[in-house]
Design a protein. Structure first.
Length: 152
């Protein structure tokens, strides 16, 4: 019926250090579910916030179907409620307040029942030097493979 949903936030791993992982459900409208299952959505630049003991997803771009007639063509301004257990919400909100962490969405997938799930992480932002470090390590390994006898 629908192919696998493969929506990832590619910049998240580059900009943040992931600490804890949570899997949340999403409260969506019908046309949004169809668009996500057709891979017509984008997680880049999206983020989560805790508002009144609930966690919401912001800046999540969902392209609307051509058959859906509505005035606003793309729903990016709508905040989407994340469905988590109350204990998880309390734990996340305390960590955000206490350690000034971020809640970053990483990817969207379909579970075995066909429900749309979102993987979120408690994350700490990286410095510029931390962001460059993986690239320098890769460059060093590549140089070592190409010139094994050379001493650095």
């Amino acid at each position: 019926m629908f192919r696998n949903v493969n929506l990832k936030n590619k910049k998240a791993l580059y900009n943040f250090i992931f600490l804890e992982k949570y899997i949340a459900g999403l409260k969506l409208l019908g046309h949004e579910v169809k668009s996500i299952k057709n891979n017509n959505a984008n997680l880049n630049n999206s983020f989560c916030k805790v508002l009144k003991k609930e966690i919401f997803l912001f800046n999540f771009y969902i392209k609307q179907l051509s058959s859906y007639n509505n005035q606003n063509k793309n729903s990016t301004d709508r905040k989407i409620l994340l469905l988590l257990k109350k204990k998880e919400i309390i734990k996340i909100s305390e960590a955000v307040k206490k350690f000034s962490l971020n809640i970053i969405p990483e990817k969207i997938f379909l579970n075995k029942k066909g429900l749309i799930k979102l993987v979120i992480h408690l994350a700490k932002s990286k410095n510029k030097s931390d962001q460059r470090e993986p690239f320098s390590q890769k460059r060093f390994k590549l140089h070592k493979k190409l010139n094994p006898n050379e001493i650095l």
